[in-house]
Design a protein. Structure first.
Length: 101
């Protein structure tokens, strides 16, 4: 799991409309990106483990037909919006990859 992807009931789920730093590749931000990725993943786990939440599915990711697209909401709020507000994610696809700077 990373901040925007998780396994749920044996399915790979990509959460819609937000993006978090990459934990494995540090594509553009090096060690800073990896540290932020770890923080985003930990926060996602905390949110899911400490709250009631709902999930809504939207088909499959265009980049990987094996990955389902979904939105998870806590008290009606998209978890992506929570991570964006906490500066652990960006909106997707038009948000700036601020961790690359």
């Amino acid at each position: 799991m990373d901040g925007d992807t998780l396994w749920l009931n044996g399915e790979n789920i990509r959460l819609k409309d937000f993006d978090t730093p990459e934990p494995q590749s540090s594509i553009c931000g090096g060690g800073h990106e990896k540290a932020l990725a770890s923080m985003a993943s930990a926060r996602m786990l905390e949110l899911l483990n400490s709250n009631d939440w709902t999930i809504e599915y939207f088909g499959y990711d265009s980049t990987s037909r094996r990955r389902r697209l979904a939105t998870i909401r806590i008290a009606g709020e998209d978890v992506g919006d929570i991570l964006i507000r906490e500066h652990l994610a960006r909106s997707w696809p038009d948000g700036e990859e601020w961790w690359c700077h």
